[in-house]
Design a protein around this ligand. Structure first.
Ligand SMILES: C[S@@+](CC[C@H](N)C(=O)[O-])C[C@H]1O[C@@H](n2cnc3c(N)ncnc32)[C@H](O)[C@@H]1O
Length: 241
């Protein structure tokens, strides 16, 4: 089958954004004022009620799941977990492979950051949170659109102690890792590395791998504790990775 090669990501930004630390700390030290959309509240309630009716206590959240391939894969791999895949694109979620989902898998059209904030407010925590190939937003002025540069980053970190981010843009991985270091006193517990997929689990992973891109992972494998007020003490560590 022929396919069009994906172009490598290009950006005038050549390393971790100079405003990363300032941006992350601002979000940790202020209230997120953005109103939560009613549609997202409804989707959140649907997810929460679905989970309450399930027998599996553990939940994997798959944010920005696109066509849901990774959510379906995780649901098969972990039959003792529920998997909730979120994406804002009805078109991607409408992929034919989603006509019949595994019983332990739910896909919802929902904006992720509102969902994370509602989960934090409800104290719903997830056993695992996967963030596979988020939109990179490579323009430097779009730092705040990246997951770690957004106002919902504190909520993202509050709702799961195990996070896995995958990307084909090394700078995105380095920044996500650096953002974890900015708020995390146990620096050594997050890892960033290049990987070769043994099993392709998403459409974008497949496209990038077949196009010869290098692929990157950031994993937060064990509990962390946050240093909200003292986070500024970690300033000298933010460019590692
Ligand atoms: C590059 S695609 C990756 C999709 C899938 N994870 C994969 O690897 O094939 C990024 C996905 O994130 C979704 N997305 C971006 N921002 C979002 C947001 N704020 N809330 C929900 N979905 C979002 C997009 O609709 C898109 O499907």
């Amino acid at each position: 089958m022929s396919f069009t090669l994906a172009k490598p990501i290009t950006s005038p930004q050549k390393g971790v954004h100079k405003n990363l630390e300032k941006t992350v700390l601002r979000h940790f030290n202020s209230q997120n004022q953005k109103p939560i959309a009613e549609h997202n509240r409804q989707m959140f309630t649907e997810a929460y009620q679905w989970w309450q009716g399930r027998k599996e206590p553990k939940v994997i959240l798959d944010s920005g799941c696109g066509t849901g391939e990774s959510s379906r894969y995780l649901a098969g791999l972990y039959p003792d977990h529920c998997v909730i895949g979120l994406d804002q694109s009805a078109k991607r979620l409408g992929h034919n492979d989603n006509i019949e989902l595994p019983d332990n898998c739910l896909l919802l059209r929902c904006e992720c950051t509102d969902f994370w904030r509602l989960a934090e407010q409800t104290q719903w925590s997830f056993d695992h949170h996967t963030l596979f190939y988020p939109n990179p937003y490579p323009k430097p002025q779009h730092l705040q659109r990246r997951w770690h540069g957004g106002a919902a980053f504190p909520s993202l970190l509050a709702i799961s102690q195990k996070i896995e981010l995958r990307t084909n843009w090394k700078i995105y991985a380095k920044e996500f890792y650096a953002a974890l270091l900015i708020v995390n006193q146990h620096v050594e517990r997050a890892v960033l590395h290049e990987y070769r997929p043994e099993q392709i689990v998403t459409a974008f992973e497949r496209k990038y791998w077949q196009s010869g891109h290098s692929l990157w992972k950031v994993i937060l494998p064990i509990p962390i504790s946050f240093l909200k007020p003292a986070a500024a003490n970690n300033t000298n560590k933010t460019n590692k990775g």
